[in-house]
Ligand binder design. Structure first.
Ligand code: ATP
Ligand code: MG
Length: 661
C-alpha cells in the first residue's frame, strides 16, 4: 500500500488523570463501552439531560442520508433549557455570567436576570415583526447582550446568524444577503486594545446594501457618536422597556437554530446550518463530559469570541444548558497588560479554562514570568481548540498555567460538527502532549487511506466520521448540493463506493502505536516531498520544539528537484536575537534541528524569520497565503485575514532572503 501521510514524529510522554479528579469524574471509562454497545440508546440517554415539551418518537432518522434527523417528533425550547429551568429549580440567584469589559467595568448576571433580559428581548423581537423561521443577523462585541440576543432568537424560533464583530462591510452584507435576514442586532461599538472600536458605521453601510433588513437594534456600549436612520432602534429604549414576561413555546427538534459561517482558513466560508434538539443534546453532554463540569463549584471561562462556533457551543448553549457559572471577557489579552488573562483567572477563581493554541503560543512568546506572577491554583482543567496544539506548546500550558496539576483536553471539532468529537476525558484518559487522543463516547471517527480503508496503528491518512452524530450540520444554508459535494463526495456512498455514508472533514490525521489520534492539519496543505506526503503540523511542531522558536508555519513550494520543498516561516521567541549572522546561524540550526527530529526528508529548504504570521480572525494560521508567497504568486482570497499588512511584510522579506543550499 502506498503511504497516504507520513508518520515522522513520536511522543513518549504521557500524563494519567489526577486520582482525585478521576474518582469524582462526571464520565468514567464505562461510557465508551456503553455507547459502543448501543449508540442510539446512549444518545437518547444524553437527550434526557434536557427538558422536552414533547418526547421524541425516534432517536435517529437516517433514511435519506446524508440528511439526518435526530429526536424525530420531539419538541423543546432551547432558551427554556438554558435559562428558565434553572430559575424554576431554585437556582435563579446563581451567577450565569461574570462579565468583564476591557476597560475594567463589570456586570454580574444571575440566571434570574438572564431570564428577564432574554424575555424582554424576545418580546421586542416579536414587536419588530420577527417570528419563527425568520433570520436575524447578530454583529456585536463580547458583551452579555450577544448571548441575550442569541437566546432571544432561539426562544421565539428565529434563526440567528452571528457575524464576527471584526468583519468588514462586505463580509457582513454577503452574510445578511445569503441568509435573507430581517433584522440586525448590533452596538455602537466595543472596546478593543484600550479604545472604543466602532461597529455601527459598518452596519450602516452593510444595511444600505441589504434590502431584506427591516430594523436595526443597537446596544449602547461605548457611547460614541452614531449616525441614525429610521430603521434604527436603541436596545435600551426597546428591550429594556419591554415586558419581562414571556412564555417560551416549544419547537420541533429539527427546527433551524442557527447559521454560522466557517472561519475561512481554506477559502470562501460556508453557511453551516444547525438545528435544535440534537445540537443541544451534544453540546450539553460534551460540555459536561469534556470539562467535567461541576455546576455548583466550577467557574468556567472560554476565551473564544461568540462569533465563532466555539462561542456558540461552549459559551452560550453548552454551559448555560448545564447551569454553569462563567466568565465572559470583552477585550484583547494584552490590554491593559499582557497579564490580563491571568489576572482574570485569579480574580474570578476560574477553575476551567478553554482557549486556543494561537493564544498559548503567544503567551509562550511573551514569557513564563508573566503567568508566574499570579495565583492560578483555582484552575483544575485546561482545554485547547482551533488548531493542532504543538507538543511543546502543550507542555508549556501544562507547566506554566496548569502548574503540572491540571489535565489538558485537546478538543478536535469543527463548525460543521457543532460539538466536540475527539478529545480526552479528563478523569479517564492518560493524555499525550499534542494528541486529541480518542473519539468521545457515541462518536465514530477513523483515519483512512484514499480507498476509505482504515489505516493500521502507526499509519496516517484522512480523518473521517463514520456514523451520524446529534450535533452534525444539517446542510449548507440554501445549498444542499454544496453540502453533498464538500463533505460527502470523497469517500463512501457519496463517492459511489459501497452503501456507507462517510463524512470527510478535510483534515489529515494519524494513529500512533496505541491507536491515539494526532491531527496533522488540512489535507490540502500536505506537502509532497520526494514522493513522501509530509504534514505541515509535524514540521511546525518540530520547529516549535526548538527553544528559540515561538511559532512556525510551513508550506510546500514547487521545487524542480523534489516536486515540493518545505519553506518555513518562523517567529522567534521574544528574547532571541535575529540580526545579521546570528539570524543566519539560527536559520541553519533550525533546519538541522528539524532534520534531526523528523529525519532528513523533512528538512526545510528555506526558513524565513518573521515577526507575524497571517491568521484568520479566529487566530488560525492561513498557510495558503504563505504558499502564494513562497511560490511568488499574487495572493488569493484575503477577506478573512486578520491583518493584511502582515502579508506585505512577509512578501518583502521573501524577496530579499537568500536561497539556501
Ligand atoms: P474553513 O472551513 O472556512 O476553511 P475553518 O475550518 O478554519 O474554516 P472552523 O470550523 O472554525 O473553520 O475550524 C475547524 C478546523 O479547525 C478543523 O477542521 C481543524 O482543521 C481545526 N481544528 C479545530 N480544533 C482542532 C484541534 N483540537 N486539533 C487540530 N485541529 C483542530
Ligand atoms: Mg473547515
Amino acid at each position: 500500500m502506498s503511504e497516504t501521510l507520513a508518520n515522522l514524529s513520536s511522543e513518549s510522554r504521557q500524563f494519567p488523570p489526577p486520582e482525585a479528579l478521576a474518582a469524582a469524574a462526571n464520565v468514567k471509562a464505562e461510557a465508551y463501552e456503553e455507547a459502543a454497545g448501543d449508540r442510539l440508546a446512549f444518545w437518547a440517554k444524553q437527550a434526557d439531560r434536557l427538558t422536552w415539551a414533547k418526547k421524541w418518537d425516534q432517536v435517529l432518522d437516517w433514511s435519506n442520508p446524508p440528511f439526518a434527523k435526530w429526536f424525530v417528533g420531539g419538541e423543546l425550547n432551547i432558551a427554556y433549557n438554558c435559562v428558565d429551568r434553572h430559575v424554576e429549580a431554585g437556582r435563579g440567584d446563581k451567577v450565569a455570567i461574570h462579565w468583564e469589559g476591557e476597560p475594567g467595568d463589570t456586570r454580574t448576571i444571575t440566571y434570574a436576570e438572564l431570564l428577564k433580559l432574554v424575555s424582554q428581548a424576545a418580546n421586542t423581537l416579536t414587536d419588530l415583526g420577527v417570528g419563527a423561521g425568520d433570520r436575524v443577523a447578530i454583529y456585536l462585541p463580547m458583551i452579555p447582550e450577544a448571548a441575550v440576543a442569541m437566546l432571544a432568537c432561539a426562544r421565539i424560533g428565529a434563526t440567528h446568524s452571528v457575524v464576527f464583530g471584526g468583519f468588514s462591510v462586505e463580509a457582513l452584507a454577503t452574510r445578511i444577503a445569503d441568509a435573507d435576514a430581517k433584522l440586525v442586532i448590533t452596538a455602537d461599538g466595543g472596546y478593543r486594545r484600550g479604545k472604543p472600536s466602532a461597529l455601527k458605521p459598518t452596519v450602516d453601510e452593510a444595511v444600505a446594501k441589504s434590502p431584506s433588513i427591516e430594523n436595526v437594534l443597537v446596544v449602547r456600549r461605548t457611547g460614541q457618536e452614531v449616525a441614525w436612520t429610521d430603521k434604527d432602534k436603541w436596545w435600551h429604549e426597546t428591550v429594556e422597556q419591554a415586558s419581562p414576561e414571556h412564555k417560551a413555546q416549544p419547537f420541533d427538534a429539527e427546527h433551524p437554530l442557527f447559521i454560522l459561517y466557517t472561519s475561512g482558513t481554506t477559502g470562501k466560508p460556508k453557511g453551516i446550518l444547525h438545528t435544535t434538539g440534537g445540537y443541544l443534546t451534544q453540546v450539553s453532554y460534551t460540555h459536561d463530559a469534556v470539562f467535567d463540569l461541576k455546576a455548583d463549584t466550577d467557574v468556567y471561562w472560554c476565551t473564544a469570541d461568540i462569533g465563532w462556533v466555539t462561542g456558540h457551543s461552549y459559551i452560550v448553549y453548552g454551559p448555560l444548558s448545564n447551569g454553569a457559572t462563567q466568565v465572559m471577557y470583552e477585550g484583547t489579552p494584552d490590554t491593559p497588560g499582557r497579564d490580563r488573562f491571568w489576572q482574570l483567572v485569579d480574580k474570578y477563581k476560574v477553575s476551567i479554562l478553554y482557549t486556543a493554541p494561537t493564544l498559548i503560543r503567544t503567551m509562550m512568546k511573551w514569557g513564563d514570568d508573566i503567568p508566574a506572577g499570579y495565583d492560578l491554583s483555582s484552575l483544575r482543567i485546561l482545554g485547547s481548540v482551533g488548531e493542532p496544539i504543538n507538543p511543546e506548546a502543550w507542555m508549556w500550558y501544562r507547566k506554566n498555567i496548569g502548574r503540572d496539576r491540571c489535565p489538558i483536553v485537546d478538543t478536535w471539532w469543527q463548525t460543521e460538527t457543532g460539538g466536540v468529537m475527539i478529545s480526552p476525558l479528563p478523569g479517564v484518559t492518560a493524555t499525550k502532549p499534542g494528541s486529541a487522543m480518542t473519539p468521545l463516547p457515541g462518536i465514530t471517527a477513523d483515519v483512512v487511506d484514499d480507498q476509505a480503508q482504515s489505516v493500521p496503528n502507526g499509519g496516517g491518512g484522512f480523518l473521517v466520521l463514520r456514523d451520524p452524530w446529534p450535533s452534525m450540520l444539517r446542510t449548507i444554508w440554501g445549498d444542499d448540493k454544496r453540502f453533498l459535494d464538500t463533505y460527502w463526495s470523497r469517500f463512501g456512498a457519496g463517492a459511489g463506493q459501497g452503501d456507507e455514508w462517510i463524512y470527510f472533514a478535510g483534515d489529515g490525521a494519524k494513529k500512533d502505536e496505541d491507536g491515539a489520534l494526532w491531527l496533522l492539519g488540512r489535507v490540502d496543505d500536505v506537502m509532497l516531498v520526494s514522493g513522501h506526503n509530509i504534514s505541515t503540523t509535524e514540521v511546525e511542531s518540530a520547529l516549535v520544539s526548538h527553544p528559540s522558536v515561538a511559532e512556525a508555519a510551513v508550506v510546500g513550494a514547487t521545487d524542480p528537484t523534489t516536486g515540493q520543498a518545505i519553506v518555513a516561516f518562523v517567529i522567534p521567541r521574544g528574547n532571541v536575537d535575529i540580526e545579521g549572522d546570528v539570524g543566519d546561524q539560527l536559520n541553519a540550526e533550525l533546519r538541522n534541528h528539524v532534520s534531526k527530529t523528523l529525519g532528513p526528508i523533512a528538512k526545510p529548504r528555506q526558513i524565513m524569520l518573521v515577526a507575524e504570521l497571517p491568521k484568520t480572525r479566529s487566530g488560525k494560521i492561513m498557510r495558503r497565503l504563505l504558499k502564494d508567497v513562497a511560490e511568488r504568486r499574487s495572493l488569493g482570497d484575503v477577506t478573512t485575514l486578520q491583518d493584511s499588512a502582515v502579508m506585505d511584510l512577509i512578501s518583502a522579506g521573501m524577496k530579499t532572503s537568500k536561497s539556501e543550499d
